[in-house]
Design a binder for this molecule. Sequence first.
Ligand code: N01
Length: 501
Amino acid sequence: MAPDAAAETIPTHVHTLIVGAGFAGLGVAARILREQPRADVRIIERGNDVGGTWRDNTYPGCACDVPTSLYSFSFAPSAEWTHTFARQPEIYRYLRKVAADTGVLDRVVTECELQGARWDDSRALWSVRTSSGTLTADVLVVATGALSTPSFPDVPGIENFGGTVFHSAAWNHDHDFRGEEVAVIGTGASAVQFVPEIAPVAKHLTVLQRTPAWVIPRLDRELFGIEKSLYRRMPWVQKAVRGFVYSLREALGGVLQHATGLLPVFEVVAKAHLFRQVRDRELRRKLTPDFKIGCKRILLSNDWLRSLDRPDVTLVDAGLAAVTPDGVVDAAGNEHKVDTIIFATGFTPTEPPVAHMLRGTNGHTLAEHWNGSPSAYKGTTVAGFPNLFLMYGPNTNLGHSSIIYMLESQSAYVSDALKMMRNSDIAAVEVADDAQRRYNTRIQSALETTVWNKGGCSSWYLDSTGRNSVQWPTFTWKFRTQMQQFDEENYISRRRTPSFS
Ligand code: N01
């Protein structure tokens, strides 16, 4: 479904070009336009609509695993949510509404994919190639998200499989599972949501689990009519609920980051949940992790564990090793004949494809610069890449709270940078190398004692070099504090000269 009022063409030049119209891109554009209504801002979006990962992930049971009171924009509260944990269709609808209400939708060019961008130092501009043509931009804001490119394990034989294959992030809604043997690869946040939905439909499910996850109940319920009408009439009540949920989540973050000695309490809750939902002792053993809770993302589900206890579902505690023309081979060497394979194997957060498309001052791509281990200043700017802002950049992910809070903090920083550039007639800002280095030394040292680094698991928080380039190490209010104002003193700024204007 294409947006009603999206712009259709790209201009030849724009001041601020945002790539991606998901939560991050819409949020930063809304913030800039709120503070500078006449700002020259465009968003290019490769899909046919706004919404990002909430447009693309439509698998059965897809829902947010962070309470919606927090997983929504602070500037766009809604009294229409049906549940405490919103479902995908309503989050998608919400994003489309926010885009329209804030005027951002008029700035979106859909079906326009970034193909490459090179910093032109002599003109202090980004030269940008897209699927709809070329343009230049003073500032580039990359809001392509961490969960936009599906990851497939590199297994032999996949090209010869005779049945149906798809990824959970590109669900095949025309596919009929009735009477089918189905293999599900992966047991992460997506699989736990769709397996309970398709288990009653398929003839049999074989779930290949490489690593069991800690699972706790999702305290989900329908919102009462009275709550919604209260939120409508007295918005401060909804704000207060948001503040309360935020505080609870910060407390959980404190345990994951600073008080890991308390984690066994959460493990007791997870083990009790497993005991209640799974009768089979051997299955419970397979589903019990051997690492500290929180080391990998804690999963929230009320029906995943129970669905694995069904007679028509088999949990194989071995990963996928190969695919044959009519089945999958697990890492223990056993073959399972199946008609359909669903990959629930996640995304590529530490190797974002966009990093291969951006070339900075010395002509190297961001991916070459990072060399397998992303880092940035305040998760947002990178030395050697002037006028580039990364939304949801390195070390901004959370294990306990809402990413929307982090994105809004980054949006404030970007908007403040743009204001400073305009008011002081600055053509280019580039973070100083030593400021970036000092910042990352602090972040890495703070991460050392957290459960993500010390919890005894391997997770996508650790990149190919073993460094944690994903997680924010401490309370989120500390991130917000550091992002309140653009700190020009840590940047090399270049004034606009007549040749640049
Ligand atoms: O992906 P994942 P996801 N054989 O990376 C397994 C967010 N999200 O799509 O743990 C067998 O979590 C892999 O095994 P292992 C959320 O942030 C948010 O579920 O690496 N298995 C793992 O089990 C989440 O973190 C919401 O050993 C293989 C699974 O694939 C992120 O999206 C909702 C394998 C991947 O799990 C991604 O979630 C849903 C192999 N060869 C998702 N290779 C919200 O509500 C990989 N795996 C906000």
